[in-house]
Write a protein that binds this ligand. Structure first.
Ligand SMILES: [Zn+2]
Length: 196
């Protein structure tokens, strides 16, 4: 997810000197300085744009004369966007799944979410929409997970809809070929009491 920077954002402020990597990734020089910076950034575009803020580590290399951020900063800003949107953060989704002692595959089977989708949420590739987030939040309650487990174990791998349909099946599905031959075979047939 990319976070657009633009002119409406306030200036960043340095909060503290913190421990970071010692050598610059770009030039290999030692003496890299890392600071915790309160960094305002804009989220959204046009009239929907809002200014958010996140405290991120910023590395400065005197040799390169450049300040840069890494994945840690991106992750922190991603979480700030999640909190702004009022949805669970990736770590909270991960913790929710682990609290029920489930692998991603098991959680996918239980919830019906795609395993790849879960991975994208947990890896901060995309943010879940409101309906998915509310579904996830219901699963913060163990009782709801138990209900879901009971529901899923009651059904075949094809799901409850298929089971129900089979139980009440009344009509045989004919292929197009069979329909043609059926019409041919019954061409002269009329419902009882109807004159030809
Ligand atoms: Zn450097």
């Amino acid at each position: 997810m990319s976070v657009a920077m633009n002119k409406i954002a306030s200036k960043p402020t340095v909060l503290d000197r913190i421990v970071g990597p010692e050598t610059c990734e770009m030039c290999g020089s030692p003496g890299l300085k890392t600071e915790l910076v309160r960094n305002p950034f804009t989220y959204g575009v046009g009239s929907d744009a809002v200014e958010l803020s996140a405290d991120i580590p910023v590395h400065t290399c005197e040799t390169c004369a450049v300040s840069f951020t890494d994945e840690a900063a991106e992750n922190i800003q991603h979480d700030a966007v999640c909190r702004h949107l009022g949805v669970l953060t990736p770590d909270e989704i991960h913790a929710l799944r682990r609290s029920h002692d489930m692998t991603r595959a098991a959680f996918a089977r239980l919830t019906g979410f795609g395993e790849a989708t879960l991975a994208r949420w947990e890896r901060r590739d995309v943010i879940q929409n409101t309906s998915c987030d509310r579904y996830l939040r219901l699963l913060l309650y163990g009782a709801n997970v138990d209900r879901l487990r009971a529901l899923v174990s009651d059904t075949s791998p094809e799901g409850p809809g298929v089971v129900g349909t089979r139980a009440t099946v009344r009509f045989v599905h004919l292929s197009v070929e069979r329909q043609r031959s059926f019409r041919r075979d019954t061409a002269g047939w009329r419902p009882r009491g109807v004159a030809a």
